[in-house]
Design a binder for this molecule. Structure first.
Ligand SMILES: Nc1ncnc2[nH]cnc12
Ligand SMILES: [Zn+2]
Length: 334
């Protein structure tokens, strides 16, 4: 590890864009398949990894939803979350706001309560990393299905920080979910949405104007619209950018062309995150490292990205100030 790599791993950081189902490593997938007697279409862990070649978001989603089938019991969700938090802690993550996709599980008969109870217990099992949960609606399903999920979530709202919107973006604009996002806003939850990953800048406008989001997930294609960039910069909107995901899903052709430093130069509150690390080849520190090497980032930019990860979080002002102070101290000593 060179000096910058050590700096990247050590700097205190938050992860704001992580699908817990996307942290299911092939080894755990096999263990759960065996434990639950679920058939999976792979002969070995190597076979699974070899299948992770995607040419777009849908390619990936098909395999991601198939992998999630092995998750059945509260213990499975506990193990999944505990494994992620242990791995994140080793990457210098001090706080993580993680997505879960309840519909991926309830649609195959796993009760909502089993999912959330298992995740909450796994999140609590690892010391040294605080966490929040974001319930993400699947946008390829309809509004009625999102409302059914919302009703199942209502008794858990004190344990859910926000709602999100993920899955197949093209053809499923944010406006499709205006009413369920309004209900979440009325209940006092934060709102985030994947927008501008594959979808056009118009979807980012809709997420802002119709869903009233507090944070934007990805947002890459906002760069095509200078007025939108200006608006995002002026309003201090945080973008949860995922470099290795962007590479694996062909949002960028090469990491050397990744726009992370352009985003910072444009005054955007960009952050670096792992999205679905088991599928895209790296946890959060690897995302920082890969894009830092590809774009020649220096320590000042790494510090800026780490600061943005806390200022863009849903922690309190006091908690954010404490984390920023630890970053300053780390930067002074390193
Ligand atoms: N990168 C991504 N975009 C949309 N939906 C997702 N679900 C898991 N990862 C996703
Ligand atoms: Zn995502």
């Amino acid at each position: 590890m060179d000096d910058l790599d050590r700096f990247i791993t050590g700097i205190p950081k938050a992860e704001l864009h992580l699908h817990i189902e996307g942290s299911l490593e092939p080894e755990l997938m096999f263990e759960l398949a065996r434990r639950n007697k679920v058939a999976i279409p792979f002969a070995s862990v190597e076979d699974v990894r070899a299948a992770y070649q995607f040419s777009n978001l849908q390619d990936f989603l098909d395999i991601y939803y198939a992998g999630a089938q092995v998750l059945q019991t509260k213990q499975d969700f506990h193990d999944l979350a505990a494994a992620y938090f242990a791995r994140a802690r080793a990457d210098g993550v001090r706080h993580a706001e993680i997505f879960f996709d309840p519909q991926t599980h309830t649609d195959r008969g796993i009760p909502f309560d089993v999912v959330i109870e298992g995740l909450l217990s796994g999140m609590a099992a690892v010391e040294g990393v605080s966490s929040k949960l974001i319930l993400s609606f699947l946008r390829h399903l309809n509004e009625e299905a999102a409302f059914a999920t919302w009703r199942q979530a209502e008794k858990w709202l004190d344990r859910i920080a926000g709602v999100g919107l993920d899955s197949s973006e093209l053809g499923h604009p944010p406006s499709k979910f205006a009413r369920v996002f309004a209900a979440a806003g009325e209940a006092g939850l934060k709102r985030v949405a994947h927008a501008g990953e594959e979808g056009p800048p118009a979807y980012v406008h809709e997420a802002l104007d119709i869903l009233h989001i507090d944070r934007i997930d990805h947002g890459n294609r906002a760069l095509e619209d200078p007025a939108l960039v200006e608006r995002l910069a002026q309003s201090g909107m945080t973008l949860t950018v995922c470099p290795l995901s962007n590479l694996k899903l062909c949002v960028v052709g090469d990491l050397a062309d990744h726009p992370i430093d352009r985003m910072l130069d444009l005054g955007l509150n960009a952050t670096v995150n792992s999205d679905d690390p088991a599928y895209f080849g790296g946890y959060v520190a690897e995302n920082y490292r890969a894009v830092a090497h590809a774009r020649n980032l220096g320590k000042a930019q790494i510090v800026q990205l780490a600061r943005n990860s806390f200022t863009g979080s849903f922690l309190s002002e006091a908690e954010i100030a404490t984390h920023l102070a630890t970053i300053e101290e780390f930067a002074r000593q390193n």
